[in-house]
Design a protein around this ligand. Structure first.
Ligand SMILES: Cc1cc2nc3c(=O)[nH]c(=O)nc-3n(C[C@H](O)[C@H](O)[C@H](O)COP(=O)(O)OP(=O)(O)OC[C@H]3O[C@@H](n4cnc5c(N)ncnc54)[C@H](O)[C@@H]3O)c2cc1C
Length: 493
């Protein structure tokens, strides 16, 4: 039998006596590259935060669980990008903030501490070639002081008011859902602002939160994203989405965010199989057969824990109900990359800068100070969002590096041109992510197909941050979705 022994699957402490376990399928004849079939209560497809959390809770409920993960590592969109000197920097998810209670609780349980994102000094705003500095503790908060700001503030206020009317997690039930889902955010923002500055900043709001262009997303989707930026006792707000202090970018994890999935995966031990991309899920009566490279698993329920677009790469038999099948065709990922430069010191701090910036014109449109907690070296991180990263399609590593450093130099001065090293992580050509940070809904999708996001299809259940009510798109949403799906599955087993 494989390294994943049946004893190991069934025999650990959390699996209480009386736990229901499906009968093992007969062992297959030995075929090169394939292994004997195994059988568990639940297969979780995907070892990102949602899948790992679901597995943790199902194991705690006494269920036998196997996680099948396509990559050679856990974490999915949470990834420690190697810097080439034995250390890492967050190549994917990074920040955590107030009301993100479930990722906070998970990190605490795993002993992963947080520290404040560096936020002392002024931010940089670069638009139309003009560079200015601004404090973020004024009335505008994180909003840069563009001439269009009055226009912008009025529009943001309106957006906040509309978001309050969206039932969190069920935006298709909003009274104005049809109207709001019949237009892109671009259409709405042009109708509600006159100045070029306000329009740029509204586009930047979508770019920096969704890594999409405002013409790619439905207004209803953006409103739900705002509504989702809260918890059961605090309504979501624009400020909580965009702010560093008091917002989603407030803190970082000591040792890097990947510590969370890595430690959670360690707890699950041999219940995770890596390098095991699931190719098909077949349902026959009460048995589900999950076929991955090198392994076939029989189970009673399967949790597909990933974005709808990536879930669409699996072959389902019989076919899924049309609403779900079509939802998965209509929920694309944003395009996103992170470019990181390492310096001997965080030199921008001495210049009175936070390391945070908003910019147009270059490859990078938003930056953060990604230095370690003790500031023992300087790490600048720049987001290459939506069309900026697509413009670098086919570019050499040297060209990407030159484009990233040119952006940093325009924002933070010539010292930025001489890093000790650089690193780059692009998500839209990662086979098992297809982009990031999150799946986005163009007009018509939420009202036409939204309920299919979470609705199980027979024994096939759905998790992933895209299915979350609160903090959809974030690590917190992924954890919440894993907790929700575990309750859902446990209740029917
Ligand atoms: C650049 C970037 C920056 C981000 N910044 C932040 C941030 O600062 N804060 C924050 O909270 N969130 C951030 N996010 C979003 C966050 O990463 C996600 O919301 C969260 O990690 C999603 O977790 P998930 O489990 O839902 O999905 P995923 O992490 O995508 O997990 C899905 C898993 O399924 C696996 N998989 C896919 N197909 C198959 C298959 N066929 N068989 C088996 N396995 C499969 C994948 O390899 C992956 O491990 C960011 C994301 C990106 C990309």
């Amino acid at each position: 039998m494989s390294a994943l022994s049946r004893r190991r699957l069934l025999g650990t402490g959390a699996l209480a006596a009386g736990a229901t376990v499906a009968t093992a399928s007969p062992a297959r004849a030995s075929v090169p590259g394939r292994e004997a079939s195994v059988s568990v209560d639940v297969v979780v497809v995907g070892g990102g935060l949602s899948g790992l959390t679901a597995a943790r809770d199902l194991v705690a409920a006494g269920r036998s669980v196997l996680v099948l993960e396509a990559r050679e590592r856990p974490g999915g969109r949470v990834y420690g990008m190697p810097l080439g000197d034995g250390t890492t920097s967050e190549g994917g998810a990074e920040f955590i903030g107030p009301t993100q209670d479930r990722i906070a609780a998970l990190a605490q349980d795993l002993g992963v501490a947080t520290f404040p994102t560096y936020n002392a000094g002024k931010n940089v705003y670069l638009r139309d070639g003009k560079r200015s500095l601004y404090a973020t503790d004024g009335v505008l908060g994180a909003v840069p002081p563009d001439w269009g700001v009055i226009d912008l503030e009025a529009a943001l206020l309106m957006l906040g008011g509309m978001a309050k009317k969206v039932p969190v997690g069920e935006p298709w039930k909003a009274a104005d859902a049809e109207d709001w889902d019949s237009q892109t955010f671009h259409t709405w923002s042009r109708a509600h602002s006159l100045s070029a500055g306000a329009r740029f900043l509204m586009d930047e709001f979508v770019s920096s939160t969704l890594s999409a262009r405002s013409k790619d997303v439905s207004l209803l989707y953006v409103l739900n994203y705002i509504a989702s930026a809260g918890n059961e006792s605090n309504a979501g707000t624009v400020d909580r989405l965009i702010n560093t202090k008091g917002g989603g970018q407030e803190s970082r994890f000591v040792g890097g965010s990947q510590e969370v999935p890595v430690r959670l995966a360690a707890r699950l031990g041999d219940r995770i199989r890596y390098n095991a991309p699931v190719r098909s899920i077949g349902v026959d009566g009460g048995t589900v057969t999950v076929t991955a490279d090198g392994l076939t698993v029989a189970c009673r329920r399967v949790v597909v824990a990933m974005s709808p677009a990536i879930a669409n790469r699996i072959d389902y038999s019989p076919g899924l109900p049309a609403a779900r099948a079509q939802l998965m065709q209509r929920f694309p990922m944003g395009s996103i990359a992170k470019f990181v430069a390492v310096y001997d010191t965080p030199f921008w701090r001495a210049d009175g800068l936070t390391g945070q910036a908003v910019a147009d014109g270059g490859a990078i449109d938003a930056t953060f100070d990604n230095s370690p907690p003790d500031g023992s070296r300087g790490v600048l991180m720049g987001f290459m969002n939506q069309s900026n990263i697509r413009a670098l399609d086919g570019s050499s590593a040297d060209d990407v590096r030159a484009a990233g450093l040119a952006s940093f130099a325009a924002l933070f001065g010539d010292k930025a041109k001489s890093p000790v090293r650089t690193a780059f992580q692009r998500w839209d050509n990662e086979v098992w992510s297809g982009g990031g940070p999150v799946g986005i809904a163009p007009p018509g999708v939420l009202t036409g197909f939204g309920p299919a996001l979470r609705a199980p299809c027979g024994p096939v259940h759905w998790a992933g941050t895209e299915t979350s009510t609160f903090w959809t798109g974030y690590m917190d949403g992924a954890v919440r979705s894993g907790e929700r799906v575990a309750r859902e599955v446990d209740a029917v087993l």
